[in-house]
Design a protein around this ligand. Structure first.
Ligand SMILES: O=CC(=O)O
Length: 324
């Protein structure tokens, strides 16, 4: 039987590529940079499957170009906001993603952002390097503490849950949560978190963490209105998608002491241009979308996406099929 045709939109580790080459006729964009859109649109034609990244918009245009043979879209990411999953379902195309295996790494980075923002680690490092580190001063470089604080989670899925589990060791007094699915009694019982309306979550939390999926109801939800409801002393963390935040409003809130600080791993666009105003702020820590960036996690994500593609094309159960 002739081998099925697949497209890989980026360089992937050798072991993963070998597995795919054994089974499929592989067309790969052999680069660590994003595949140019025209190249994606021409290479996808007549492919049976595609292994892609979160930087590739797999929308109707791509699906149309692919034609009727396309049966599996496997993304090396947990987020699927770059894939038109509704259109895929309509066309009988299976979508695979990489949940669970990146939960610990992303929760770890979230804790890192909470601490580096509240304890001003980046600002302090710059001050030390720049010669602004004078004699030990009582109130210099102080910040808020998680100990005794109220932490609010917007989105309480796998990653939010793992963040709560880790933060318990820091003496957090109260965890509030708000999710698109509203109140979930199991969370409350098993995790020790309390449901709060979005308003109350913003109003009562000392630390607010966005760990929701990006969709129609969350796009731009952290805007002027939301920041104005937060405490002036609050710290905002975003590890979900840049699209949940209105960045101009965030800049305004940070530069006018409406909130105290922010730690963001995701922005719009990515990369965030180096002359973006957010980079000029001492109270904003920006990391370059590295939530899942441990070697182990990225390797496991690749392997899971490879297995999703193989099983999807074999017609067997995908280890992680994304279901609407
Ligand atoms: O943001 C990272 C992912 O969706 O895996």
């Amino acid at each position: 039987m002739p081998k099925l045709d697949i497209l890989i939109t980026r360089n992937i580790p050798g072991a993963a590529l070998k597995l795919l080459r054994e089974r499929f006729k592989v067309d790969i964009w052999p680069s660590d940079e994003v595949i140019p859109r025209p190249t994606l649109l021409s290479k996808i034609k007549d492919k049976d499957g595609v292994l892609c990244l979160l930087t590739d918009q797999i929308n109707k245009e791509v699906l149309d170009k692919a034609g009727e043979r396309l049966r599996v879209v496997s993304t090396i990411s947990v987020g699927v906001d770059h894939v038109d999953t509704v259109e895929c379902t309509k066309r009988g195309i299976k979508v695979g993603n990489t949940p669970d295996i990146l939960t610990a790494a992303t929760a770890e980075l979230t804790v890192g952002l909470l601490i580096s923002t509240s304890r001003r680690i980046v600002e302090g490092t710059h001050a030390a390097r720049n010669g602004d580190w004078g004699a030990w001063k009582l109130m210099w470089m102080c910040g808020p503490t998680l100990d005794g604080a109220t932490v609010g989670l917007f989105g309480l899925g796998r990653i939010g849950t793992a963040v709560v589990q880790r933060l318990k060791a820091f003496g957090v007094k109260k965890f509030l949560y708000n999710t698109a699915n509203k109140k979930n009694n199991n969370f409350e019982k098993n995790l020790g978190v309390q449901f709060a309306s979005f308003h109350d979550l913003l109003h009562e939390s000392d630390f607010i963490i966005s760990c929701c999926a990006l969709n129609k109801s969350t796009a731009g939800i952290f805007n002027k209105n939301a920041f104005e409801k937060m405490k002036n002393s609050s710290i905002f963390i975003n590890i979900s998608r840049g699209g949940v935040v209105n960045q101009e409003d965030l800049y305004h809130a940070l530069s006018h002491n409406i909130i105290r600080g922010a730690g963001i791993d995701v922005t719009t666009p990515e990369p965030l241009p180096t002359d973006h105003p957010l980079f000029s702020l001492k109270n904003c820590v920006v990391t370059p979308h590295i939530g899942s960036a441990t070697e182990k996690t990225r390797m496991e994500m690749t392997m899971l996406a490879v297995q999703n593609l193989i099983c999807g094309l074999d017609g067997t159960e995908m280890p992680a099929e994304y279901k609407q």
